[in-house]
Design a protein around this ligand. Structure first.
Ligand code: GLC
Length: 749
């Protein structure tokens, strides 16, 4: 949005000062669970309120209504809407707050938004943030996202999404942290801390198993054995809750035949009874009435009964609680205690989050909070570290002495109308630097940089100026093609059976390669695409998962060497869709591939087993070596810790960052164990020629697995340690665990 318009938009905030001035400096305090006397006082306050509330007011607290034309603020005033979502305009936000103040009990509103990877300042997609392997940076990204959301009056974000998936056919892979549970655990906690420190309550989602949908088809059935549910899908939720997430969102899918939105075993037994979660559960958008389509509810009233009995507190845009819950209580089919418990959890979140003191936006701070210099700086750093260098024949970094004429091809090189997923409409943004402008700026007058969109839109569906594009490419010394997925090819409802560049982009790329000039491809996608056909045909290949507001500038910094790439793949890149699921922490099978292409081993006749690019992989402009692995604890107690260290050296000519990864394997146990599992990583910055010893500590309880009863088993025996700069690790060591435990309790030998 042009600066003038931005000022007009934000200037309107100043007009609202009188009715918004309730904003409070305390609002900057991070949000989270209170303890001790404060928590006890909140419970007493809830007790008092529950005694005062009518049944309709109680049901109003369990209803989440989205912004739409003709929204009736009177419903808030009447206490029939206790929570809203998708409001970003300050005039409307003021009306929402005013209506809440005029309600009988003046209970503050939850004001929600999908503030996931940015509001006004955009950070890389969460999958790109995971590629940084830098939790502190990811936490900072969430902090700025939370701050910008709160500046607009939002106090609740529907994030982090922590669904585990190994299936790039699923469009929502982009929202998570990739295929590995340990990386996802770390990122789930970092994002939760960041959002809530920024001032919005986190909602860890989608509980549970949404990423396990068959064939990667969105909303599809998930059959997940108990062992894998507890080893892979549940841990990132636990991490987010341990980091203080105040809410959870139930998932659309069914898990082993039971819809997650009516899954009492998960929502009550695991989430509340086992884990002790005291916050609220909100349904996904309409997922309660969808229980009828799932075939477990005859009508809306039964759907409402099953959801509230399972433990879903708020009905997001399903309207079944608002339509039926009061009548079901009066008819004796829903105990009032269930409603009261749900209301208690909603009020508990509102009051622990201090929402009745932060609900107003302060117009004076709003402008400075949107796209502030520190936020843009954080976005630049996150973008840089999210960029993964997959191939480089030496052409990168670009050298204006050798590469004077550079042709930038691809509409994705310019951000004018780019619509990146989870883009809350109507939030102002300053103009962003284009890739061609950034390249020209960084390469200086020695280089000339031309630009051709090549396609008419960001979706890549039609050629634009095809002849002129090929002509510009033919006249260049180097072609930089920015291609990828955008528009409807990403996110919710974007499951694909062919992982190609959408539209005409593949054909365009073939024409660029056909010029015979070196081609540097920069991808901006929401998932790994199948790139096997490009192997050996490009001068360089750079992967970004849409690097955000500062993304194009950061890409130019990487291409010109102003920054050294350090991103690592958070998910394996399949050679073919037929390989899916392909991931690194697989079981060995009884016939592991040993002889290469031997028919009677676990192989494909027509494709290799290994992915095109493995988990944890990424190149640098310098070289690192890992040596001298030391196992400081060769034998550990099952409740003890493994301590190991390695020497990392930068043997190249450039300063750079490397992600040192520690994997563990238990080669023999009661059940077959993965060939390796990431259990620790450390990202280090090393000056050229320097070395550093990197130490790791891994709790023995992290080496276990869950049995068919969902119990955590750590088995005595020998373990391997593998340390390297990707899942194809280099160094190997051994240690042993001296005893076995179940749920941490020692078992007699
Ligand atoms: C969607 C998504 C969920 C999102 C919600 C609100 O359907 O599944 O992740 O938070 O609706 O937009």
């Amino acid at each position: 949005m042009p600066r003038l318009l931005l000022r007009l938009f934000l200037g309107s905030l100043a007009l609202l000062a009188p009715c918004l001035a309730g904003g409070d400096a305390a609002a900057q305090a991070p949000m989270g669970w209170k303890t001790g006397p404060e928590a006890a006082a909140i419970e007493r306050r809830i007790d008092r309120l529950l005694r005062q509330m009518t049944l309709d007011e109680k049901v109003g607290q369990l209803h989440l209504y989205g912004r739409r034309e003709g929204f009736d603020y009177g419903e808030i005033r009447a206490g029939r809407i206790g929570n809203v979502m998708n409001f970003v305009d300050p005039v409307e936000m003021a009306a929402v707050q005013k209506a809440a103040r005029e309600s009988r009990l003046k209970i503050p509103l939850l004001i929600g938004l999908d503030a996931v990877h940015g509001v006004s300042t955009y950070f890389p997609l969460p999958l790109g943030q995971a590629a940084t392997f830098n939790p502190a940076l990811v936490e900072e990204a969430a902090l700025w996202t939370g701050r910008e959301a709160r500046a607009l009056g939002i106090n609740w974000t529907f994030a982090p999404m922590v669904d585990m998936s190994r299936d790039p056919r699923w469009g929502r892979l982009l929202e998570g942290a990739g295929e590995d549970a340990h990386l996802s655990n770390i990122m789930a906690a970092a994002r939760t801390r960041g959002y809530q420190a920024g001032g919005v309550a986190a909602t860890v989602k989608h509980f549970v198993g949404y990423g396990g949908g068959e064939a990667g088809r969105d909303y599809n059935t998930a059959w997940i054995p108990t062992e894998q549910l507890h080893d892979l899908h549940l841990p990132p939720f636990r991490s987010a809750l341990d980091a203080g997430s105040l809410s959870v969102m139930a998932a659309f899918n069914s898990v082993n035949g039971i819809p997650a939105t009516a899954h009492k075993g998960m929502l009550t037994d695991v989430l509340r009874r086992q884990w002790g979660f005291r916050g609220l559960v909100v349904s996904d958008f309409g997922s309660i009435p969808e229980l009828m389509a799932h075939g477990i509810a005859r009508d809306e009233a039964e759907a409402a009964r099953k959801a509230i009995a399972a433990g879903v507190d708020i009905d997001m845009m399903g309207f079944v609680y608002s339509r039926h819950l009061a009548a079901e209580v009066r008819a004796g089919r829903v105990p009032i205690a269930q409603v009261d418990e749900a209301v208690r959890r909603v009020l508990r979140v509102k009051f622990h989050a201090g929402m009745d003191t932060i609900n107003d936006i302060d117009p004076k701070t709003a402008e400075s909070a949107l796209q502030s210099p520190p936020a843009l700086d954080a976005a630049r750093r996150a973008a840089r570290e999210s960029i993964i260098l997959l191939e480089n024949d030496g052409i990168l970094p670009l050298d204006p002495a050798r590469h004077r004429r550079i042709a930038v091809i691809g509409a994705l090189a310019r951000p004018d109308q780019e619509r990146v997923w989870t883009d809350p409409a109507g939030v102002p943004r300053k103009p962003l630097e284009s890739l061609d402008a950034a390249l020209a700026r960084l390469l200086g007058s020695g280089a000339t940089v031309s630009y051709q969109p090549g396609v008419t839109t960001y979706c890549g569906k039609e050629f634009a100026d095809r002849a002129a594009t090929v002509e510009a490419a033919s006249a260049a010394d180097v072609i930089v093609a920015k291609l990828g997925e955008d528009c409807e090819f990403m996110g919710e409802g974007a499951s694909r059976t062919r992982l190609t560049l959408p539209g005409v982009q593949d054909a365009l790329l073939e024409e660029l390669i056909g010029t015979g000039k070196p081609v540097v491809v920069v991808l901006a996608t929401g998932r790994p695409l199948v790139l096997s056909h490009l192997k050996g045909r490009l001068a360089a290949l750079v992967q970004t998962f849409h690097a955000g507001s500062e993304g194009r500038t950061a890409i130019a910094e990487i291409l010109t060497g102003a920054a050294n790439p350090s991103g690592k793949t958070p998910i394996s890149f399949p050679r073919a869709v037929g390989q899916i699921p392909v991931y690194y922490d697989h079981l060995p099978t009884g016939r592991p591939e040993t002889k290469g292409r031997f028919r009677y081993e676990s192989i494909f006749m027509d494709e290799a087993n290994q992915p095109l690019y493995p988990f944890g992989y990424g190149l640098s402009y310098t070289r690192f070596s890992i040596s001298d692995l030391r196992i400081e604890t060769p034998r550990i107690d099952p409740n003890g810790q493994l301590k190991a260290s390695v020497l990392v050296s930068n043997t190249g000519s450039r300063d750079g960052q490397e992600v040192v990864q520690l994997y563990v394997r238990q080669p023999v146990a009661s059940i077959s164990r993965p060939v390796r599992q990431l259990k620790a990583f450390e990202k280090v910055m090393l000056k050229a020629g320097s070395s550093q010893r990197v130490s790791f500590t891994v709790p023995a309880q992290a080496l276990g697995y869950h049995n068919a009863a969902g119990r955590l088993m750590v088995e005595a025996g020998g373990f391997e340690v593998h340390v390297g700069t990707s899942s194809l690790t280099e160094l190997k060591g051994e240690f042993s665990v001296s005893g076995s435990t179940r749920d941490g309790v020692r078992l007699r030998p």
